[in-house]
Design a protein around this ligand. Structure first.
Ligand SMILES: COc1cccc([C@H]2O[C@H](CC(=O)N[C@@H](CC(=O)O)C(=O)O)C(=O)N(CC(C)(C)C)c3ccc(Cl)cc32)c1OC
Length: 348
C-alpha cells in the first residue's frame, strides 16, 4: 500500500519508519487506516527510547534523565537530540525528532495516552535496569530478572499495542484486558532474539542470558563459545529454548482472539518468524559462532502464509516437530522439552 502522506512531516515519519525497521515497516504500512499512524508513531517513539538506551557513549546520569522524562519529551514541540555517539545507527531519528513529536500530537488523544503511558513505564524500567537497581546491570542474574527485563523492553510493547487495537475499534477490549498474553507476545519475540543474538551481544559486552540458567553449564558466560565446551553449550542452548517455549500457548491464544485481517497479519508475522528462528537455533552450535538467521526465501514463504489461524497453527506444528526431531535423548533437558512440546501439541 503506497503511503499517501498528505503532509511533509507525516511523510518524514514513514521515511524514518522504513529507514529504521526494514521489513517490519511494510507490515505496519499495511495496517487499516484507523490504526496505521498510531502504530507508526508508537514504533518511532519506542525506537527513540531504544536509541537512548543503546547509546553507550551517553553519561549514565544524562541517559537516566532522558529515559525517565521521555514520556514528557514527546509532548515538547521542537525537541531534538544531538548528543548521541557518532556511530549510533538511529541518531538521524533523534536529530530531527520534532517531526515525530508533531505527528504524535496530531493523533487522537486516546492514542497519545496509551503511547505516553507505555513510554513512561518503559523509560523507568530501562533507567532502573541501566542503574543496576535490579542488581542486573549488564548481567541478568535470576530467571525472574530475565522475565522482568523482557517485560520492560518487549512485554510493555504488547500491552501498548493491545490497547491501541482496542482504542481503534478494530479489536475487542478483551484483547487489551488480558495483560498476561499481551506480555507473552513480547517475551516470545524478545527471548528468541536474545538467543539468536548471543554472539553479537557478547561482542558488545552485553549479556542477557540469565546466570540462573547458564551457570548450570559453564563457569564463565563466554566459555559457551569456546572449543571443548560443545556438550555444555548445547545443553545450555536447550535450557534457553525450553524457557522460551513456555510462552507459545499464550501467543497462540492471543492470535486466535484477533478479528481484523490487517491486525492479524501484523501480529502473526513476527511470531511465525520467531518460532522458525527458535527451531533454527535449537541444538545449533552455529549460534555461538555467527548470527544465524532464517533464509530470505523461507521468510517470504512464512510471511505469505501467516494470514489465518489455521496456517499459523500448521506453521507452529511444523517447527515444533522440527525441534522434536532434533531433541537429543542425552540432553539433560530432553524430557522437559518433550513435555513442553507435547503440552502445546495436544492443545493446538
Ligand atoms: C502484540 O505485540 C506485538 C504485535 C506485533 C508486533 C510486535 C513487535 O514485532 C516486531 C517485529 C520486528 O521488528 N522484527 C524485525 C526483525 C528482528 O528484529 O529480528 C524486523 O522485521 O525488522 C518486534 O520485534 N518488536 C520489538 C520487540 C520484540 C522488542 C517488541 C516490536 C517493536 C515495536 C512494535 Cl510497535 C511491535 C513489535 C509486537 O510486540 C510484542
Amino acid at each position: 500500500k503506497k503511503i499517501i502522506a498528505n503532509n511533509p512531516t507525516k511523510k518524514k515519519c514513514y521515511d524514518f519508519l522504513f529507514l529504521t525497521s526494514r521489513s517490519f515497516a511494510a507490515v505496519i504500512a499495511e495496517l487499516d487506516d484507523e490504526l496505521r499512524d498510531a502504530v507508526c508513531l508508537f514504533y518511532l517513539i519506542l525506537r527513540g527510547l531504544d536509541t537512548i538506551e543503546d547509546d553507550m557513549t551517553l553519561p549514565l546520569p544524562r541517559k537516566t534523565e532522558l529515559l525517565r522524562s521521555f514520556h514528557k519529551i514527546i509532548y515538547q514541540r521542537g525537541w531534538n537530540f544531538d548528543e548521541n555517539g557518532p556511530n549510533e545507527k538511529d541518531r538521524v531519528l533523534l536529530v530531527d525528532y520534532q517531526v515525530v513529536i508533531d505527528e504524535f500530537l496530531a493523533l487522537k488523544p486516546a492514542f497519545q495516552t496509551v503511547i505516553a503511558d507505555i513510554a513512561h513505564k518503559m523509560g523507568d524500567g530501562m533507567a532502573d535496569y541501566a542503574n543496576g537497581e535490579h542488581r542486573v546491570n549488564t548481567a541478568i542474574e535470576k530467571i525472574s530478572d530475565f522475565d522482568l527485563y523482557c517485560h520492560y523492553v518487549a512485554g510493555l510493547v504488547g500491552y501498548g499495542l493491545s490497547d491501541l487495537f482496542a482504542v481503534s475499534g478494530l479489536e475487542s477490549a478483551e484483547v487489551a484486558n488480558s495483560k498476561k498474553i499481551s506480555n507473552s507476545m513480547g517475551q516470545f519475540l524478545q527471548k528468541t532474539n536474545i538467543i539468536r543474538d548471543y554472539l553479537e551481544d557478547l561482542v558488545d559486552g552485553r549479556q542477557f542470558w540469565p546466570r540462573e540458567i547458564w551457570a548450570n553449564y559453564v563457569e564463565d558466560f563466554a566459555d559457551l563459545s569456546k572449543p571443548g565446551f560443545e556438550v555444555k553449550a548445547q545443553a545450555c542452548l536447550s535450557a534457553m529454548v525450553l524457557n522460551v517455549l513456555e510462552h507459545v500457548p499464550d501467543c497462540l491464544v492471543y492470535l486466535s482472539q484477533l478479528r481484523n485481517q490487517s491486525v492479524f497479519n501484523f501480529c502473526a508475522i513476527p511470531q511465525v518468524m520467531a518460532i522458525a528462528t527458535l527451531a533454527l537455533v535449537f541444538n545449533n552450535l552455529e549460534v555461538y559462532r555467527r548470527n544465524v538467521k532464517i533464509r530470505k526465501g523461507e521468510a517470504v514463504r512464512l510471511i505469505l502464509a501467516s494470514t489465518n489461524m489455521g496456517n499459523v497453527v500448521a506453521i507452529f506444528r511444523y517447527y515444533l516437530y522440527d525441534i522434536s526431531g532434533k531433541n537429543d535423548p542425552l540432553d539433560p533437558n530432553f524430557m522437559k522439552i518433550s513435555i513442553a512440546i507435547g503440552k502445546i501439541e495436544q492443545w493446538i
